[in-house]
Design a protein around this ligand. Structure first.
Ligand code: THU
Length: 162
């Protein structure tokens, strides 16, 4: 038996002014995108902004539905819109922001498992790591260099090859 482990390195910033300007700009776009959230059921508004290899930024926000599972997270709205509009561009970074009256948890607004899975699909597809920039409590920001770090033992297309 051999015991192995995963480790995760990430950056914590006191606020976005400590970040590289391109990251701070992307986060600002995600924060703006929060305003377009349609989240009357959860009152948890999320915005996301994806930066592509051609420099384009595509934003999205969570879109809910009276039939709850029909809604979609902000991250996937943004990534799917980006992929539909620019199918050949890789996704370099995604920033995630929230606005919620009842957000008092510690740590970053980390994407849900389904969104991590979608991020990893695009990382594999384009052979490009996707930085994940997350708003955290008290204006803090957390950055992870690749989405796959957030989902160890991920399932991807290679597993389907015969
Ligand atoms: N949500 C996101 O948009 N992104 C996340 O990473 C977590 C959750 C949305 C889904 C739903 O509209 C609301 O937040 C509450 O779960």
């Amino acid at each position: 038996m051999e015991q192995k482990e995963f480790s995760l390195q990430y950056n914590c910033y006191k606020d976005s002014s400590e970040m590289e300007s391109s990251d701070a700009e992307l986060l600002a776009k995600a924060r703006q995108a929060v305003k377009t959230s349609y989240s009357p059921y959860s009152n948890f508004a999320v915005g996301a902004a994806v930066k592509l290899s051609n420099g384009e930024i595509v934003t999205g926000s969570n879109q809910e539905n009276a039939a709850y599972p029909s809604g979609l997270c902000a991250e996937r709205v943004a990534m799917f819109a980006a992929a539909a509009k620019f199918p050949n561009e890789s996704m370099v970074s995604i920033a995630i922001a929230i606005e919620s009256p009842h957000h008092d948890t510690e740590g970053p607004i980390a994407p849900c498992g389904a969104c991590r899975q979608v991020m990893i699909e695009y990382e594999h597809l384009h052979h490009q790591h996707m930085n994940v920039i997350m708003d955290a409590e008290n204006g803090n920001v957390v950055k992870v260099n690749k989405a796959s770090d957030l989902l160890p033992f991920d399932f991807h297309a290679d597993h389907l090859k015969k």
